[in-house]
Unconditional design. Structure first.
Length: 75
């Protein structure tokens, strides 16, 4: 996956200066330029997802989804 991201110019991969066995992965300028678009899209999706939910309902849904995630992780 990292190799594909590097080929697409999304990350920069360098050898660690401290330990040549390790790689250091940085986000590229191309990826950083997408940050606002990604944040805006995430906000739009979240707004749609929680539309017509009260704050209490949204918190309860979040709690339940976390519980489901933990159950799946433990299987």
């Amino acid at each position: 996956m990292i190799d594909r991201m590097r080929k697409n110019g999304l990350v920069i991969v360098e050898e660690s200066k401290e330990d040549k066995r390790n790689l250091v992965i940085y986000l590229s300028d191309k990826t950083l330029a997408l940050e606002d678009k990604i944040n805006n899209a995430t906000k739009r999706i979240t707004d749609i997802f929680y539309k017509d939910f009260s704050e209490k309902e949204a918190k309860e849904l979040d709690r339940l989804l976390i519980k489901i995630k933990e159950n799946l992780k433990n299987e």
